[in-house]
Ligand binder design. Structure first.
Ligand code: ATP
Ligand code: MG
Length: 474
């Protein structure tokens, strides 16, 4: 769809203009206030009606405004009139090439022109995120928002997982496991039980040894007693004879008188000696017997067991405890290490997923047909020649904006630049190239004409006509 003719009457500052734009660039030029913006805006109002119209679209003093344009082989006329009591009404009129009118509605016009983004400034006015979002229409195969959201979720999870992995690694690093620590723990309880048993056995052995010593002492005493018997007999005899002699001496004075008594006394003491000797002899025999019995017991007793080395056992237990502590430490460290490895693996998977998304995005962007060379997707912003789009020069932005708008107008091949005065000759040539490449009409508003075929306005009318009128008047 191309606009091949435009007649605007009484729209804002325009009195009446009738132009037949050539395909490509149409430059509308003229001094400030001459009606350039008014004429371009009238195209928008012609297409979209009151919803894009300013508060007072009808020229001051006029009854109504009329905008008529040719779209393909169809003429479309929009009339805007004032309503009594304020506001405006609008209606559309359709004619075929022969000028035959038929009813038309906004809906019909909308269907005819389709989606349209005629003013690149609308795009340029977006913030960098807005531009980024708007550009995503050119990459239909990739869901940027979804990918960004998924990446944000994965990124957050990876941050957490990395910190957990670091914690587990640090915990494992703090645990010292001595070299050569075996894998299986030693049975400390069994060793303690063995120590207990050895202690009990040793106590019993010691008790038996003491009993044997006591018995040996008794045997020795008995033997000494038996051995001392002859000496005792001798001593007793000596004592008794001494007593006898003393008695004899004492009695010698009475010897005659007591002669009979003396004989009796002799007999009596002789008997005493015999009895006493016999008693001592018997006691000696008893002692010998008891001693023999004791000795027999000692001889019959087997050798006492060797004393068990409990110090070595205690050392073994101490060693086992140390070993088991080391094993437990090794197990804890292995647990921490495996936790760290698990988290590290998850982190790696997250990174892979994020990179895969990045790659999918790059592939989708690479496959996409972007409207102008040098454009690319950055992180949440559009890049132009690798630099954030908003940092491009005004003319660069304008050119890119125009390319964007052209691409967003699949049916109506029309865009405009209301502020084209800043374009230099190269940029102007670039715009012409864009128009040719994209088979699109581009309207430019300039204060001083850049191109040769500019349509020049003066006071709401074509400057040429205004001149003719003034000449005619003269
Ligand atoms: N409803 C209206 N009735 C009469 N004049 C109007 C109306 N609306 C706007 N104007 C005037 O129309 C004139 C033209 O305005 P317009 O914006 O089209 O000029 P321009 O050529 O684009 O100027 P510039 O170079 O400054 O952009 C202005 O003087 C403005 O005040
Ligand atoms: Mg203007």
């Amino acid at each position: 769809m191309r606009l091949t003719r435009l007649e605007t009457e009484n729209y804002k500052g325009i009195k009446a203009i009738d132009i037949t734009p050539k395909p490509g660039v149409t430059e509308i030029s003229g001094p400030n206030g001459s009606g350039k913006s008014s004429s371009i805006e009238s195209i928008e109002v012609w297409l979209d009606g009151l919803r894009v119209a300013p508060a007072e679209p009808i020229r001051k003093g006029a009854e109504r405004c009329r905008i008529r344009g040719r779209l393909g082989d169809l003429y479309v006329t929009r009339i805007i009139e004032r309503k009594k009591g304020g506001g405006h009404t609008t209606r559309l009129l359709f004619e075929n090439e022969e000028g035959k009118p038929f009813p038309g509605t906004q809906k019909k016009l909308d269907d005819l022109i389709g989606e349209h983004h005629l003013d690149p400034l609308d795009f340029l006015a977006l913030d960098s995120k807005g531009k980024f979002d708007a550009f995503q229409v050119f990459v239909p195969g990739f869901d940027f928002a979804r990918a960004a959201q998924d990446n944000a979720v994965d990124y957050e999870r990876r941050t957490k997982v990395n910190s957990l992995a670091r914690e587990a690694r640090a915990a494992a690093g703090l645990i010292h496991v001595p070299e050569g620590t075996p894998a299986e723990p030693i049975d400390e309880q069994a060793l303690v039980a063995e120590l207990q048993r050895a202690g009990d056995e040793n106590t019993e052995t010691e008790r038996r040894r003491q009993r044997r010593e006591q018995l040996a002492e008794i045997v020795e005493g008995l033997r000494a007693r038996a051995a001392g018997a002859p000496a005792e007999i001798e001593r007793a005899t000596r004592e008794i004879e001494a007593a006898r002699d003393r008695e004899v001496a004492r009695i010698e004075n009475q010897i005659r008188a007591l002669e009979r008594q003396r004989d009796d006394m002799r007999a009596e003491y002789g008997a005493k000696v015999a009895v006493e000797s016999e008693r001592i002899q018997k006691a000696a025999l008893d002692a010998v017997r008891d001693a023999d019995e004791g000795q027999a017991k000692l001889d019959a007793a087997g050798p006492l067991p060797e004393i068990i080395d409990t110090a070595a056992l205690s050392k073994s237990i101490e060693q086992a405890r140390k070993t088991n502590q080391a094993i437990a430490a090794a197990q804890t460290r292995a647990k921490h290490t495996s936790t760290a490895e698990r988290y590290e693996a998850e982190s790696g998977e997250l990174t892979e997923r994020m990179e895969a998304r990045q790659a999918a995005k790059r592939a989708a962007v690479a496959a996409a047909k972007l409207p102008i060379e040098g454009l690319d997707f950055g992180e949440n912003e559009i890049l132009l020649n690798g630099i954030p789009f908003d940092q491009a020069s005004t003319a660069q932005k304008l050119r890119a904006g125009v390319a964007y708008s052209i691409a967003r107008n699949p049916t109506l091949r029309l865009v405009w630049i209301k502020d084209a005065s800043l374009l230099d000759d190269d940029s102007y040539a670039e715009i012409q190239k864009l128009a040719a490449e994209h088979d699109c009409d581009i309207y430019l508003e300039t204060v001083r004409a850049i191109g040769k075929d500019a349509i020049v306005l003066s006071d709401g009318a074509l400057a040429s006509e205004a001149q003719e009128k003034s000449e005619a008047a003269a």
